[in-house]
Structures are given as structure tokens and as C-alpha cells.
Design a protein around this ligand. Structure first.
Ligand code: GUN
Ligand code: ZN
Length: 445
């Protein structure tokens, strides 16, 4: 793709929680991977200087959004989505560890490229991901991520208690730390900053204090990310309480190990006390809210407004395979449904609006990942991570009713949140480069 081109459509982004910005007959000029101009098409055309722009016009039904951001998902688990009818710990034992155990060698090499293609097909441009415990599962994941063109933060799963690996228990800790550091040295910041490393201790149930401390030290040393799971399920809480009797609470276990930093992403965070919420806010750690997963495993209903009131940056996560889809539109919808369900027994809970859920999946996710300067909204100077939706594919009657540019931005967005998915993704771009094109466009330039 050339260095300079324009995209036309109904452009919508969310610069703040609950605030939408739109250009109905919009245009976006992309120059060397960055947004060089944005506005109404006529205005953008009038201000054009220099070489002539080639326009990509997906037609009168195209809606253009910032690329979606998935703050928490699992590469080796995608093949077993929707499997298991249990809560977290038995589900991990019965459905997940067996499949992660196999995610190495040819299987990992075969699945990893498909996984990234699926993300792009769903409109996701940035994802924070766990690999399996094997060094090759993560290395192969990075190779596929590099080739996919997506923006990826990935880490080798670390666990030294009750692991599905075959290493002698005595060796697991040092091998896990050494392999993780090697992968970080090889991949962190590569592809001109499109790839990042995340040290990834699974959770306190399967990690010794030494491993968590070691992971935290390595992340600090290399300026890399950290990711883990926190307070997802009541049985998990009970286990952590019994393992770490001297800790004040679950959050304190991670705090003592040095895991809570501004580069830390904590999955779930459903069952937290007030002290824990304050601690996360004080350490400036971020949270990945995974509503589809929390419903699938019956984990609980996230107290989203409490975390936000404390100032904790929150993004959304598909958490495949506990979440059944990589489709972040469905994750937004579930986030709305979860807050709605809470209002049924507590009238003081504020509902989550469509515009707010969309913020969480775009600018909110970018902020939670410390990448708000580069992605999350569509503004001049930002990197051009974009997904284009065919509104014909999300409206009940494709070719009847009002033209898309006669609809309100709220209605266009709501149709996407409730009905968009791979069938409706026309094209996805990262840094202005096309990473997915709908097959029906294949023959077009
Ligand atoms: N907690 C620890 N590991 C996992 C996992 O793989 N998925 C989910 N949902 N929770 C976890
Ligand atoms: Zn997870």
C-alpha cells in the first residue's frame, strides 16, 4: 500500500468516557502510517496540498472506527471456546490445561497465524495476550504477530505450582524466568515498537512468591509489561487466602511481590475490597474487564463504576477461551448487559452506555496500556489503526431505510455494538497498513 491515501466513511471515535465525535461524510488521510488529516470529506479535500490523494471509498454504508483493543486474551485457548460447563478452577483443570499442554511445535506454528488473522477479521488492531508455558509457543506467537501486522503485547505463561509442564518442580522457576527474559530480549519493542513483551505469571494459585517477585524484577529491568489474573472467582480467592495467610488480601499478595506497576494489566478484578481498589489505584495498575468470560464461567458481575471512581484505567478483554469470541463488539455488549443486570438489584448502579463501552474498547484500552498517545482515537498525528464496518451487514434490512449518513452517530454505533462482527468487517488497518480485507473486496484495488 502506498504512503499516502484517504479513507471515506461515517467516522466515529470516543475521545472521552461517554463522549462521541463523528464526521458523517468523513475523510481520513493517512500518510506514512499516521493520520495526516481528518474531518468532513469536503473540508479535507479543500485543504489538500501536495500530491494527489488516492481515495478508498467503501461506499455509502461504511462506518470507520479506531481499531478495537483487546486487553486480555489467550492464544493457545482459542480452539476450545465454549467448552466446559464449570467455574474457573475445574474449567482450567479439565478444559484448559490439557489444550495448553499441547500448544507447542507444529500445532503452535499452525494455529498462531490463524489466531492473528481472526483478531484482524474482528476489527481488533491491538491485543495483550498470554501464550502457553513453552518458550516456542511464545516465540512462534511473536513471529506470527510480526507477520500479521497487528500491534501485540505477548508473554510466555509462567507457573511453577501445579503446572501442566513436565519439568522437575525444582527446575521450573529458574527455567521459566530465564526463558521469559530471553523472549523479552528478543521481542520487546520490535517491529518499530509494534510488539511488546509482557511477563505473565498466571495467578497466585499457580505461582510461587519467588516466581512473582522474579517476574516483577525482570519487567522493571527491561521496561516491559506485566499481566496476571486477579480476584476472578470466589474459590480462587479462598485458595489464595489459604496459600498466603499473612497477606492482607489477594491484591496484597501481588503488591508484596512488586507486581503492581503502571505497566501491569490485571485481568478480571471482580471480587475486590475497598482497600484493594485503593491499592490498585495508588500503584497506577490497569484492569482488563472481561464480561463475556465472567458470564461464561459464572465468575460474577464487575463493579465497574467503583474501579473507575478510584481512577483505575480500565480496558476490555475477550479472555478467550473463557470468553467465547474474539469479537470485541460482543464484549462491549456484554459489558453493557452486566452493568444493566447490576441495576436490577441496586438502583444506584449507573448503566453503561453504548458510547462508554465503545470508549473502553478503544481509547480506554489505549490508556490502560499506556498507549493513548499513539492509538485509541482518530486524530491528526496518531498512528492509523482503523476498522471499517459495512453497515449493510449490521442493519436489519440491508438496503432499505435511511442512508447511513442520515443516521445519528449514536444509532450507528449502537447497531455495531449489538450486531457487528467478522461478517461486517470490511477492512482493518494497523499503522495505515491493511491487515485484513473482507473477501468480497478481494478483487478491488
Ligand atoms: N486464571 C488463571 N488462568 C486463567 C485463564 O486461563 N483464564 C481465565 N479466565 N482465568 C484464569
Ligand atoms: Zn485470562
Amino acid at each position: 500500500m502506498e504512503d499516502l491515501y484517504g479513507i471515506r466513511g461515517f467516522i466515529i471515535d470516543a475521545p472521552g468516557f461517554g463522549s462521541l465525535r463523528a464526521y458523517r461524510n468523513g475523510a481520513l488521510i493517512i500518510e506514512r502510517g499516521r493520520i495526516a488529516a481528518i474531518g468532513e470529506y469536503d473540508d479535507v479535500r479543500r485543504s489538500e496540498r501536495g500530491p494527489k490523494t488516492r481515495w478508498i471509498d467503501h461506499g455509502p454504508h461504511a462506518a470507520v472506527f479506531p481499531g478495537l483493543i483487546d486487553c486480555h486474551t489467550h492464544l493457545p485457548q482459542y480452539s476450545v471456546v465454549a467448552r466446559g460447563q464449570n467455574q474457573l478452577l475445574p474449567w482450567l483443570r479439565e478444559s484448559i490445561f490439557p489444550i495448553e499442554r499441547e500448544f507447542t511445535g507444529p500445532k503452535a506454528r499452525e494455529e498462531a497465524p490463524k489466531f492473528f488473522q481472526e483478531l484482524a477479521r474482528n476489527g481488533t488492531t491491538t491485543a495483550m495476550i498470554y501464550a502457553a508455558i513453552y518458550e516456542d509457543s511464545c516465540h512462534v506467537g511473536f513471529e506470527a504477530a510480526e507477520r500479521s501486522g497487528l500491534r501485540v503485547i505477548l508473554g510466555k505463561m509462567m507457573m511453577d505450582l501445579g503446572s501442566y509442564g513436565t519439568l522437575q518442580p525444582k527446575k521450573v522457576l529458574s527455567v521459566s524466568l530465564a526463558e521469559s527474559e530471553r523472549l523479552c530480549a528478543r521481542w520487546h519493542g520490535k517491529a518499530e515498537g509494534r510488539l511488546d513483551y509482557a511477563f505473565s505469571p498466571r495467578f497466585a494459585v499457580t505461582c510461587s512468591e519467588k516466581l512473582m517477585r522474579g517476574a516483577a524484577e525482570l519487567a522493571r529491568k527491561h521496561g516491559a509489561y506485566l499481566q496476571t489474573h486477579l480476584a476472578e472467582n470466589r474459590e480462587e480467592l479462598e485458595k489464595v487466602h489459604n496459600l498466603y495467610m499473612s497477606a492482607q488480601d489477594y491484591t496484597d499478595v501481588y503488591d508484596k511481590a512488586g507486581l503492581l506497576t503502571p505497566k501491569t494489566m490485571l485481568g478480571h478484578c471482580i471480587h475486590l475490597g475497598t482497600r484493594e481498589v485503593e491499592t490498585l489505584a495508588a500503584r497506577r495498575a490497569s484492569v482488563a474487564h472481561c464480561p463475556t468470560s465472567n458470564l461464561f464461567l459464572g465468575s460474577g458481575l464487575m463493579r465497574l463504576n467503583d474501579l473507575q471512581r478510584a481512577g483505575i484505567p480500565v480496558g476490555l478483554g475477550s479472555d478467550v477461551a473463557a470468553g467465547p469470541e474474539l469479537n470485541m463488539w460482543q464484549v462491549m455488549r456484554a459489558a453493557i448487559d452486566v452493568q444493566r443486570a447490576r441495576t436490577f438489584h441496586d438502583a444506584s448502579v449507573p448503566p453503561l452506555r453504548v458510547s462508554e463501552a465503545f470508549y473502553l474498547a478503544t481509547a480506554g484500552g489505549a490508556r490502560a496500556l499506556g498507549k493513548a498517545g499513539a492509538i485509541g482515537t482518530l486524530e491528526v498525528g496518531k498512528e492509523a489503526d482503523v476498522t471499517v464496518i459495512d453497515m449493510k451487514a449490521v442493519r436489519p434490512y440491508a438496503d432499505t431505510g435511511r442512508r447511513v449518513n442520515e443516521m445519528s452517530k449514536e444509532d450507528v454505533l449502537a447497531l455495531c455494538v449489538y450486531r457487528a462482527g467478522p461478517h461486517a468487517t470490511l477492512e482493518t488497518y494497523v499503522r495505515g497498513k491493511s491487515v485484513y480485507r473482507h473477501p468480497q473486496l478481494a478483487s478491488q484495488p
